[in-house]
Every structure is written in C-alpha cells, then in structure tokens.
Design a protein around this ligand. Sequence first.
Ligand code: PEP
Ligand code: MN
Length: 265
Amino acid sequence: MVRDVTVGRDFVVIAGPCAVESEEQAFAAARAVRDAGARMLRGGEFKPRTSPHCFQGLEEEGLAILREAGRLTGLPVVTEIMDTRHLEIVCECADVLQVGSRNMQNFALLKELAQAGRPVLLKRGMNATIEEWLGAADYLLTGGNPDVILCERGIRTFETYTRNTLDLSAIAAVRELSDLPIIIDPSHGTGRASMVAPMSLAAVAAGADGLMIEVHPDPPNALCDGDQQLTPAAFTDLASDVHAMVGFMRAPQGASGGPTPTTRS
Ligand code: PEP
Ligand code: MN
C-alpha cells in the first residue's frame, strides 16, 4: 500500500520530528528512526499551531528537506496537509497525506484528498466521537480513496496532567465497526515523553496496526512539542521493545504465550 509496507498487515512504526526545522535536524532524526527500524518518516512543514506567534513550519522549504530526508533513508514520507491549495506541492514530497486532528471534519479537504491518489492518515479530531471519525473516513472512501489509515491521537477530557487522553479503547471499537487499519500516536496522546513507551506497548497489546511517534535529535530545543518528543536513544530502546511485543502478539496461536484473539494476523 505504501511502497513495500502494507498497513494493516505489516506493523508500521512511523517516526520523526514534530516539525522539520532544518536540514541537519531532519536528516539526523530520519537516520536515527530508520536505524531503529521505523518504516516511515514523519515531519511537519505546515504546522497547525494554537498561537500565530508560534513556529508555523518551514512550509515549502521544509517539504524539500523532508523529501530529501526520505530519499537519503529510503523511508516513505508522511506529512500533514492543511489546505487544498497545497495539494500539488505536498504530493511532490509525501507518500502519505496526513489530515490533522483540527482538520478531521474539514470536508472540503477530505473531498479533495479522496481524489489525490495518495493514502491518507486520518487523525481523530480531539473532540470527535468514533462515529464522527468514521464518518470523516467515509468521505475519503466514498470519494474514491480506499487507502485510509486511522490514527488515534488522544481526545479532550477533564484531565489536565496529560495533554490529551489517549483513547486506546478506540482500537477495539474500530475493530468492531470498520475494516480500516488503526495506528496510535502516543506523543500527542499524552504530551509527555515519559509516557510514550508505556502507551506504545499498551497500544500493541490492544491490537493496534502501528504507531506514530515524534523523535527529535534535541527535544529540549525543539521548536514545537519538545516535551513529548523522544531522543533518538529513547526511540531506539522503545522500537526494540515494540518489535519484540509485536512478535509476541503475532506469534502463531499456542506458541510461547500466543497472541490475543483481537489482533490481525
Ligand atoms: C502532528 O502529528 O503533527 C499533529 C499536529 O498532530 P495532531 O493533528 O494530532 O494534533
Ligand atoms: Mn507535534
């Protein structure tokens, strides 16, 4: 579905920086995540920031950097598109188009992406029910794009310790309601680097088809989302645990421990 990766059959780890900040930063992150076993590279150039005074992304310059980082590492590239006017330039870089949480119900964007000829990673709106999320996915499917990957990234609740409340029950719910693959973003889901590893492993145990994880060569100096980005070393450790856990979950029934009945095989 995306070069040699079939999301839904292969477990896919997508990793990379929140935002592309420079060639040096993006290339370092890309090499680190590739070496640790990530299957796709992420990075944002059009950033949906709460304040207009915050870093907005490198836009077109960032797209060129991300494309080169993908070429150097051989990793397919995932990046967010916020505006239909950017479709052509984003498609020159991206193997997978990401619709962010804030645009999940941007129906004009969804209708355009239904015809874009690229897989779409559809993040759950932070205030969206699962039914609304699947409705948004249906715009893509009925509009002509069969390649939709759902991404749970946390929802708004009364809890403030975490940035969002990561709804891992969405994995089981989507399994009951849809055939679409679902991946988990524990970075935005928690907002805390320290919680990314436990939530990643929990997502694998619950039967997720993949993970999207933010990785930055120098998180304390990141231009956005520094608190939730993993260092390359932390990501390398986590990726190794994730791959071990995926192996366990997908082992044939009866093999040491065996899988749960809810996972795809
Ligand atoms: C992102 O993945 O870069 C992002 C902005 O995430 P979300 O849309 O989930 O907030
Ligand atoms: Mn981010």
